[in-house]
Design a protein around this ligand. Structure first.
Ligand SMILES: [Zn+2]
Length: 273
């Protein structure tokens, strides 16, 4: 689904409108609305089948959830599960759910409303959470993050489906979870390595493709600025060195890309299927 349309000057404190004209040829129509100068962000999950496991990465907003004052996310009725079925998956088919971090737009479909209670949407899955992230949100989450923690994370704990990870964590052969702090204190990335093919699921290490050209830009939602820049550099360098697919949470179509080095920064090679 389409995400909130933040003004670029709001989303990125370092935004400068002359930059739009440097990149206008590719920013429109998928990544910037030029009339409003807003960033066009997507909200999606990734689903991967690997070594016999079906893994869901990040779970978007969720349905039926109280999210005011975020009107667009409040009491959403999206066909998420229908689309999952169209892709060939029932909730029972998911073996693992991995949340890169615990912000409201990455945990929503962890649970669904059944008989007036929040229950795990994916009853056969183990849900992977970073312990650092969980403990940070448990102690500090406020406002909407507190509400989403209570309705989309705690029920997973109560149903005994959560698995907490510390530091680097091998989820299975070729699947590595690594700390990538900055956007949030316990943010993690998931790397998939299969022969010569490599991909890295990066959550909100980058919100918008412009950050590939301007990797020092943090979004206003990055809680630890220096760590966020370090994690972003590490991910982009990894993509260059391994020719890895970058799989972020909020890029518009085609949603993922490869990365080339360009001086002190980077450039984008959009993935063509
Ligand atoms: Zn996000």
């Amino acid at each position: 689904m389409a995400g909130p349309a933040f003004r670029l000057s709001t989303l990125f404190p370092d935004w400068d409108e002359t930059i739009f004209h440097v990149h206008e040829d590719w920013l429109v129509p998928h990544y910037v609305n030029p009339e409003k100068m807003t960033a066009l962000l997507n909200m999606h999950s990734w689903i991967l089948q690997f070594n016999g496991q079906t893994i869901l990465v990040d779970t978007c907003i969720g349905n039926d959830k109280d999210r005011m004052p975020a009107e667009k996310w409040h009491q959403v009725q999206s066909p998420y599960l229908e689309r999952l079925a169209q892709a060939g998956f029932e909730p029972e088919d998911i073996d693992m759910v991995m949340c890169t971090h615990l912000h409201v737009d990455h945990v929503g479909w962890n649970t669904r409303l059944l008989g007036g209670r929040w229950v795990p949407t994916f009853p056969n899955a183990k849900y992977i959470f970073s312990r650092t992230e969980f403990e940070h949100f448990q102690a500090n989450a406020a406002d909407m993050d507190r509400i989403s923690f209570d309705d989309s994370v705690l029920p997973i704990i109560e149903h005994g489906l959560a698995e907490m990870t510390d530091g680097n964590h091998v989820l299975g052969e070729g699947l590595l979870l690594e700390p990538a702090p900055g956007h949030t204190p316990g943010h993690v990335t998931l790397t998939l390595e299969a022969g010569n093919h490599t991909a890295i699921f990066t959550g909100d290490i980058l919100h918008h493709p412009l950050q590939i050209h301007y990797p020092h830009w943090n979004s206003r939602f990055c809680s630890l600025p220096d760590e966020a820049r370090t994690s972003r550099r590490r991910v982009l360098e990894y993509c260059v060195e391994r020719d890895a697919l970058l799989m972020p949470a909020h890029f518009g179509p085609p949603h993922c890309c490869k990365i080339d080095r360009a001086g002190e920064a980077y450039s984008i090679r959009w993935y063509q299927n």
